[in-house]
Write a protein that binds this ligand. Structure first.
Ligand SMILES: NC(=O)c1ccc[n+]([C@@H]2O[C@H](COP(=O)([O-])OP(=O)(O)OC[C@H]3O[C@@H](n4cnc5c(N)ncnc54)[C@H](OP(=O)(O)O)[C@@H]3O)[C@@H](O)[C@H]2O)c1
Length: 433
């Protein structure tokens, strides 16, 4: 995939958020192994055809790269940064008694953030969501009542992607507050819970335009609407709630990953214009929000995407706001074998994982059948009895497929979690007896 403006390398280069989203689709396609050799090369805005052809030949082992200045390949790497011991939100983002809009403010993470901003900063807040106030369910309604006892909080039902409606709600709040908006916290995001039981339907080869649009609307459409607000408010800061899927892609979460990569693209664009902005890409919050109770949490943890306790999440948010970087990832374990190849200092060509066990052949009919199912599901040859499903490239989608196949073949009822407790052929075969 050849792009222009999907990534900024040098100062002054502009990022198009829609094109920034493509890298996440490429990484998703590689994770899903739908297309063997896909990669993205971003070329300079003024590169000619010859330069484009040369660019495609550079950095062949990289899934995503940018080629500039007559053929120099640049790759995106994560850099671990120290976590400041931040106790509050920096003034330039939100001063004490300041005013803020929180799209998706009554969601799981939003409620934690709102609680902090009210109690620690005495902020005045406008919360939005699509649900009309009268229809807010238990937890959200109770939280709103509690927030109103704590401070000045308004809730308006408005779709984050509806620019004019968002502008009207903010202008109305600003009239009441008697001052302009200090900050926007953009948290609105489509619920991914319905993907959990439909992983096949959300693999890239099956994903639909409607599915993509549903993920894009609150995140990227919402960011475009926020961009409209910011245009008229040069001093307003922005804090975007993104996902690590935007960087790594995500098996069966390609559309969600793309939406988050677009969000990061908006942050880069606004930062280049001189705006105070942070895009924080979270791994997984525990016990609240859209990942609460996720059956995929164990697979994500295995791949280095650590769970974040809500209190720790607020601490990480403050730390991220105190850092100067525009885009930050919060939660991934840089030492994890799946994450390490993307971290500075650990140079490897292409995505890699932990080392495979030395081959020892499956023993007995059961182990042989389990190994054969793995070979088929993972597209790997010569699976041995000590091979680990995840080391061979197994992700949540393949876990579901593999367990489904074994249950059908052996008329068994293994839960999906069995492969996390028994990750080798030998152990899983034993679990089937
Ligand atoms: N939870 C995690 O582990 C995690 C990890 C990485 C990133 N994130 C990101 O962090 C943000 C907050 O996540 P969460 O866990 O708090 O999710 P959540 O509990 O599902 O809350 C999302 C909120 O967004 C609102 N929303 C959805 N679509 C909207 C739209 N079109 N316009 C306006 N509001 C909309 C929802 O309210 P209505 O239904 O009333 O519209 C809801 O209040 C999301 O953007 C998510 O992608 C979360």
């Amino acid at each position: 995939m050849l792009t222009r403006h999907a990534a900024a390398v040098a100062e002054g280069e502009t990022v198009d958020p829609g094109r920034a989203a493509l890298a996440a689709l490429v990484r998703t396609a590689r994770a899903e192994q739908t297309v063997g050799a896909v990669r993205l090369v971003d070329i300079a805005a003024d590169a000619d055809d010859t330069a484009a052809v040369a660019a495609v030949r550079s950095a062949p082992g990289e899934d995503v790269s940018a080629v500039r200045d007559g053929g120099t390949a640049h790759v995106q790497r994560l850099r671990p940064v120290p976590e400041p011991d931040a106790l509050t939100v920096p003034r330039e983002i939100l001063p004490v008694g300041g005013t803020a809009l929180l799209t998706g403010g009554l969601g799981g993470i939003g409620r934690e953030v709102v609680g902090y901003l009210l109690s620690a900063l005495g902020a005045r807040l406008l919360l939005t969501g699509r649900t009309p106030e009268a229809e807010l369910g238990g937890e959200r309604r109770e939280a709103l009542e509690e927030f109103r006892e704590l401070g000045e909080v308004a809730y308006v039902s408005v779709d984050a992607a509806d620019g004019p409606a968002l502008e009207a709600a903010v202008a109305d709040a600003e009239r009441r507050w008697g001052r302009p908006l200090d900050a926007v916290f953009h948290l609105a995001g489509a619920d991914v819970r319905d993907h959990w039981d439909a992983l096949e339907a959300h693999a890239l080869t099956a994903e639909t335009a409607d599915g993509l649009a549903a993920m894009m609307r609150p995140k990227a459409g919402g960011a475009r609407a926020v961009e409209g607000l910011l245009a008229a408010r040069p001093g307003t800061a922005a804090v975007l709630f993104s996902s690590v899927n935007g960087f790594f892609g995500g098996s069966s979460f390609g559309a969600y990953a793309a939406a988050n990569a677009a969000l990061d693209g908006y942050a880069e664009r606004w930062a280049a214009e001189g705006r105070t902005v942070r895009s924080i890409a979270w791994s997984m919050w525990d016990r609240t929000g859209m990942n609460e109770g996720s059956p995929l949490a164990a697979a994500a943890r295995h791949r280095g995407l650590r769970g974040i306790d809500p209190a720790r999440g607020v601490q990480l948010l403050l730390a991220a706001l105190a850092r100067p970087e525009t885009c930050l990832l919060a939660g991934p374990d840089p030492a994890n074998a799946y994450i390490a190849p993307y971290v500075t200092g650990v140079r490897r060509r292409g995505p890699a994982g932990p080392a495979r066990a030395a081959y020892s052949p499956p023993e007995g009919e059961l182990e042989r059948e389990v190994a054969a199912v793995w070979e088929d599901v993972l597209g790997v040859d010569r699976v041995g009895r000590d091979d680990t499903f995840f080391v061979l490239g197994g992700d949540s989608l393949r876990v579901m497929r593999m367990i489904g196949r074994l249950n059908e073949r052996f008329a068994a009822a293994l839960p999906v979690s069995a492969v996390y407790d028994h990750p080798t052929v030998r152990a899983l075969a034993a679990a089937l007896t």
